[in-house]
Structure formats: C-alpha cells, structure tokens
Ligand binder design. Structure first.
Ligand code: SAM
Length: 510
C-alpha cells in the first residue's frame, strides 16, 4: 500500500521476485556477477593491475595517472609498458592497504596539492627527479656535466632547463627543493677514498655555495651518497655536511635505505639526507620502519660481480648486488646471476638494470641512439643513478609527511668516530635514530621473475678469468657455486667444439 492507500503497480516479473524460484535461480547469478564484475567486465585494464593490492581510491588515481601518462607518451611517441608500472607505483606509494581509509584520503589530497619546484644538481640521468616526479614534484633546472647524461635529461625532462658544470652556475632559480646525489668516487669503498676533500666529492661545496648565495633559500634539500661515507676518515664527510647545513639554518635527518625495501631485487644501500628550513625532516624520513626480512632459504638465483673475485664478490641472495658505474676490471659491466637449478651463469640486459634502478626500461636509450655511444655508457650512467623508487618514496613523504616516534631517538653521536646508519639534528647536537634500512616493505617478485629481458651466458673468457681470481683468493663461496662456474665453462667449450649440437641455452654470450 502506498500513501494514497493504493496498491502500487508491480510488473509481473518483479512480482515473482519473492518466489523461491527467483531466490534459487536469480540470486546466485547476481552474486556471481558481483564477484567477478570488478575483475572482468567492468575493468578493461590488464590483469597485473587488477590483481595488485591497492585500494579503490588509489586505483582511481592510478587510472587517471595512467591516462595522463598514456596520452602524453603517445603524443611524444614514447609509450612503453613501464609507464603502466608507474601508475601502479604511484598508487601503491600514495597509500598501502594497511593504512586507514581516512588517512589515505587526506594523504591523497595533500599529495595532489603540495608540488615542489625542484633543482637537481649532479642530476646524472635524473633518477631522483624521475622518482620525485611520480608525486608531482617538477624539475625546473638540472645541472649535469656529462654530455651523454644531458642527452637523456633533455629527452626525459623536456620542460626543465639544463646547465653543465655546477662551478659555472651563478645562482639558483626560485625553487622549493634542491637535490644532489653528489659524486661518490672519493667516499666509496671501491674508489680512492680520498674523502670529502677529494677532487670529486668536494663538489658538494658548490651546492652549499649556491644555497648560501640565493636570496630566498630553498625550503628543502635532499642529498644522497654511499654509506661508506659514514665511516671513512671517522665520519669527516658527515661532519662537514651537517656543519654546513647547520650554518645555513637547516634542520636535517638522514637514513641509510636499501632499495630492496621498495620491491626491487637489488641490494643497494644509500644514505639519504633531508634538510629543511621550515619543517621537521624526521617526519619525512622516519615515519615508518620495518625489520629486514631474513634471506630466503630456498633461493632460486644468486647475483654477483664476475669482474671481482679477488677481494670481494658483491653477493646477493635472490637479488643482484649494487649495480655500479665502474667495476673491478675498470669497465662498467652487468652483474651476473648464478642459477643453481640450471647450473648456468648469465648476465642481465641493460633494460632490466634500468628497471632494477626503479626506472622504466629504455630510460637511457637516447644516450646511445643520439651520440652513437657504446652500451658501456649506459651501464656507467645506470650504475651511478639513484634508485627511482627510493626517490619516489621521498617524494611521497615530502608531499605528505607522516608521524615519527620520539622513542626512536638514540644516543648523541660522538664527535670523532663513525656515524650511525641513521641520525638527526637536535638542539644539543646530532642524535642517532633507530630506523632500519627498510622504511617500507613492498613485496618482491624475486630476481628471476623480475627479469623481463633475455639474459646472456657469461662468456667462457669472462668465466675462466673469474674462476681463477676466485680460486686464488681467500674468499669463501657458497657450496656448489665454483663447481657450477667450472661446469658452465665446460658446457661453453663443448658448444664451441660441437656448434651444431642443440643446447639448453642458445642465448648469446657476453
Ligand atoms: C652520483 S652521480 C648522480 C646520479 C644522479 N643522481 C642520478 O640519479 O642519475 C654524480 C653526477 O655528478 C656529475 N658531475 C660531476 N661533476 C660535475 C660538475 N662539475 N658539474 C655538474 N655535474 C657534475 C657526474 O657526471 C655524475 O653524473
């Protein structure tokens, strides 16, 4: 009965809806539909995207982002499937499903609002700037002396100005954030270890000169370098950097971060330092911390550097060791992978190395295409880069800082001695912070399933060289590893002596 006391008109099909027949036949159908609609009919997006563990708000954001990127990329004729990964990365970085929806919504709106204007000094191939760009921070000026790197920057950041030698730059444009992954040759374990006064690493002084002489100092600074700088010369480099920041009126915090925390199978530890004149950098760097997950006991692959073998190896379980711009043999080279199940030693493709650095595959291709340079140039540039995923996390945190726990504060940092893995400025001097190298815990697909491009067998010559260095060293190797290197050499020589014979791996050796 309705309000007028009349029976409402009910179509005959609907009348039946209360019958048992309807409950039996129609309900299951409806249920089935709703269960599958989100994964099949309503979303024309690839399965990888649909199955990713991201919330609804983020999915929508990712879809918008995806369309923008797709549109832009098609327009510039540079579409690659990795842009799709960017959309997923953006959404999963903005929020993870463990955060309450309300926090995610506000974080989302903040991310959309707070976009920083960035100056990248020592920009290289733009690993930092690319990562920051995922959260809307845009590069205004990029300073980089290397011509091949400049070619990439021009292609990848068409709206940014490019400058060459930082020593020739007179002043900074109006900006909010200055980034500098400054040269590490003098601070690295593999380099000459001349320290912060060395010819290359002392160039960080140019950043402080530019900041000091700029009328309106940028609100934020972001510095990056190798963790060995914390110990070298009893931490002199850190003392220099933090003293300069203090002098310029910045509060600072730094943290050693592992790229594996972001789901890429590359063990790459780097010190990231955030300084601010306006906000508390602890909220950017220490809002979350996870213990390092234990190494898998049934690893399917081990990464190592075949160019080493006499002093170290750069070993990685289910991951590659730090991808480097140089190598023990003086040439930039790909890391190798031991696959015990197949008794094979292979090396990875440059495009997978770019992906392991959190960059889209083919990011550095313009360097070779335009200048006719060798692929070695790409290895050097990729090895020197900052992992884009780490930079993206910082970009997210800058846009939407979190809360840090004061209980994380530790002891005062001793004046002369190595610096701790994480620390911050405090009224009474530097204090250690108990923050792990894993700020987030993104799921890793494992090394072999991460690789997308064909691998190459490590050549007989390279394998023989590595094996002899390894055997004459005092290093201890995993059980079966050197036997498999010897087996691999045998197989390669068999292939050469009987070239017609079919072989399990027909990929070209490097
Ligand atoms: C550690 S890399 C930086 C990598 C970069 N952040 C990236 O993600 O690709 C240091 C960079 O500083 C550049 N560089 C060295 N001396 C320079 C100078 N005087 N002026 C400008 N750039 C310089 C090098 O060419 C190198 O690309």
């Amino acid at each position: 009965m309705n309000r007028q006391g009349k029976k409402p008109f009910v179509p005959s099909a609907t009348k039946k809806s209360s019958s048992r027949h309807h409950r039996k036949i129609l309900r299951p159908q409806t249920r089935r539909r709703s269960a599958t609609s989100s994964t099949t009919s309503r979303h024309p997006l690839p399965r990888m995207y649909r199955q990713s563990r991201i919330c609804r708000i983020c999915r929508s954001a990712a879809s918008i982002w995806f369309c923008v990127i797709l549109g832009g990329s098609l327009e510039r004729g540079m579409f690659s499937p990795d842009y799709f990964e960017t959309a997923i990365e953006f959404s999963s970085q903005v929020c993870d499903t463990t955060t309450p929806v309300s926090t995610r919504r506000s974080r989302m709106s903040q991310v959309m609002k707070r976009k920083l204007r960035v100056v990248g000094v020592f920009a290289g191939i733009g690993g930092i700037e690319r990562g920051l760009g995922i959260h809307g921070h845009s590069a205004k000026l990029l300073v980089e002396i290397d011509i091949a790197a400049q070619t990439i920057l021009r292609k990848r950041f068409p709206h940014a100005d490019i400058a060459g030698d930082v020593r020739m730059v007179k002043s900074l444009p109006d900006c909010d954030l200055v980034c500098a992954g400054f040269p590490c040759q003098d601070l690295s374990q593999c380099g000459k270890a001349e320290g912060i006064t060395g010819k290359h690493s002392s160039l960080i002084g140019e950043v402080f000169r530019l900041v000091a002489t700029t009328k309106k100092r940028p609100a934020w600074l972001l510095l990056e370098n190798v963790p060995f700088m914390l110990q070298l010369d009893r931490g002199k480099a850190m003392t220099f950097v933090t003293d300069e920041l203090q002098r310029l009126g910045y509060r600072w915090a730094y943290r050693t971060v592992d790229a594996r925390s972001f789901g890429v199978p590359q063990r790459r530890l780097r010190v990231v330092l955030v300084a601010s004149r306006e906000a508390d950098p602890k909220q950017v760097l220490f809002a979350s911390s996870h213990p390092e997950p234990p190494n898998s006991t049934n690893a399917t692959a081990y990464g190592f550097y075949w160019t080493e073998g006499s002093k170290g190896l750069g070993w990685g379980v289910n991951c590659v060791p730090t991808i480097k711009g140089g190598s023990g043999l003086g040439i930039p080279s790909p890391p190798a992978i031991w696959i015990p199940r197949e008794r094979r030693i292979v090396t990875i493709d440059i495009r997978d190395a770019e992906r392991l650095q959190g960059l889209p595959a083919g990011w550095t291709a313009p360097a070779v295409h335009k200048l006719g340079e060798r692929v070695g140039t790409r290895w050097r540039l990729v090895g020197n880069a900052v992992c884009g995923k780490v930079a993206a996390w910082i970009g997210r945190q800058l846009a939407s800082p979190g809360k840090w726990q004061p209980s994380m504060l530790g002891d005062a940092v001793p004046t002369a001695g190595p610096w701790p893995p994480a620390a911050c400025s405090d009224g009474n001097g530097p204090r250690a912070v108990s923050a792990s190298a894993w700020p987030v815990l993104y799921q890793s697909r494992g090394l072999l399933s991460f690789l997308r491009y064909p691998t190459r067998q490590l050549s007989e010559r390279a394998s023989i060289g590595f094996l002899s260095r390894a055997k004459s060293s005092k290093l201890r190797f995993a059980a079966g590893f050197l036997d498999d290197v010897a087996y691999h050499i045998n197989e390669l020589s068999r292939e050469v002596s009987a070239p017609g014979e079919p072989h399990a791996c027909s990929r070209r050796p490097i």
